[in-house]
Design a protein around this ligand. Structure first.
Ligand SMILES: Nc1nc2c(ncn2[C@@H]2O[C@H](COP(=O)(O)OP(=O)(O)OP(=O)(O)O)[C@@H](O)[C@H]2O)c(=O)[nH]1
Ligand SMILES: [Mg+2]
Ligand SMILES: [Zn+2]
Length: 349
């Protein structure tokens, strides 16, 4: 369905893959000790907690330079990455020698270095964006921005709306509105409460036997939800600040946790905002799935659905078959992307 985007991704994937292949050859050539394969479970900056195929945990560093392929990243390795490492003799630590090819990843524009991407996780089965309608207030634009980080790679994404216990009748209506918009597009929408336990069965069914990446603003209850389905973890959680109404950035490192009923979940630090310096306007247009379907009826094949004549997306918004909320959020992202100077964009990865 998303031919053009797919093509772009497969090109960049092959570029990455090719450079990993080269890297593998050089590192095997120079290798003197046996390399072992492991998965990155937690990354705390310099140190990576890695689970070996035997189940053994080992702390590793990167020594020397790793080739990173074409991705311009602020962090070379993220949770979920598979790596080859060499144990340090006589010590309980090791050195990472190679990163194996990723089948997918989620990255965001680095808040500090705008021309770089910050890798959030790799090799996941699915993603969940955790939101709330109340405490903190819903920011609907965020859901659509999050979907732009996963949809280009066909990562199945579920929208979880937490803190159902706080809802009044009008909040139930907001939830119904979200469900009506996103479920027909292929994104399930699930209401839960980590506090009261409502909806946790359905939440757990979605998690079962998969590696799930969860993300969302600080204070929406990501860690509380992980604790609710796997209580022995006792992850720290903290109240929303009275002053700002925002979360307090309690979780500071992404970490993969095993789930006793099968599967694993990646709890992550809250994110403030998502920007898209890495996308061209057409990448944005093609990854709003219903807009991409409508594009074939637009007069111009390169229509960006802004003010072009005979635009099928605008007609669908007017007639009500495309959500006005999605369209407004789309215009928000598109405005950001178009306002960036072209030379500021990084799309050649
Ligand atoms: N009423 C209510 N409060 C909840 C619920 N889930 C979490 N909370 C509260 O929301 C606050 C924030 O929860 P956390 O789990 O720390 O949120 P987080 O998303 O992990 O936040 P960061 O780690 O900062 O990104 C805590 O005071 C929780 O007790 C819920 O379902 N209902
Ligand atoms: Mg947390
Ligand atoms: Zn159009």
């Amino acid at each position: 369905m998303y031919l053009i985007v797919k093509w772009n991704f497969s090109v960049s994937y092959h570029v990455i893959h090719a450079s990993y292949k080269n890297q593998r050859i050089t590192s095997y050539e120079s290798q003197t000790h046996k390399l072992e394969k492991g998965t990155v479970i937690k990354s705390t900056g310099k140190w990576y907690a890695i689970k070996l195929e035997t189940g053994e945990m080992i702390n590793c560093r990167i020594v020397g330079k790793l080739r990173l392929g074409e991705l311009k990243l602020t962090n070379p390795i993220a949770v979920g990455d598979e790596v080859m490492l060499e144990k340090e003799s006589g010590l309980e630590t090791g050195n990472i020698k190679q990163i194996l090819p990723r089948c997918n990843y989620v990255a965001r524009q680095s808040p500090r270095k705008k021309r770089r991407l910050h890798l959030l996780c790799a090799n996941i089965d699915q993603a969940m964006v955790i939101t709330t309608i109340k405490n903190p207030q819903l920011k609907p634009g965020f859901i659509d921005r999050f979907l732009l980080t996963t949809t280009p790679q066909d990562i199945p994404t579920i929208i979880i709306v937490n803190k159902k216990d706080l809802w009044a009748a009008e909040d139930e209506e907001v939830f119904g509105g979200l469900r009506a918009i996103y479920e027909p597009l292929g994104y399930p929408v699930v209401a839960v409460s980590a506090l009261s336990g409502e909806g946790l069965d359905e939440f757990q069914q979605h998690l079962s036997d998969k590696l799930t990446f969860i993300s969302g603003h600080s204070g929406v209850g990501k860690s509380s939800l992980v604790n609710a389905v796997q209580p022995n973890l006792e992850l720290s959680t903290k109240e929303i600040s009275d002053y700002s109404g925002k979360g307090q950035h309690t979780t500071t490192f992404a970490e993969i946790h095993d789930l006793a009923f099968g599967g694993q979940i990646i709890d992550t630090p809250g994110i403030k905002e998502l920007a898209f310096i890495n996308m061209e306007p057409h990448d944005v247009a093609h990854n709003f799935v219903e807009f991409f379907e409508a594009l074939q009826h637009c007069k111009f094949r390169d229509c960006l659905h802004i003010d072009e004549p005979h635009c099928a997306v605008k007609a669908a918004v007017e007639e009500g078959s495309i959500s006005i909320l999605r369209y407004q959020n789309y215009l928000g992202v598109m405005g950001d992307v178009l306002n960036q100077n072209h030379w500021e964009r990084e799309t050649d990865w």
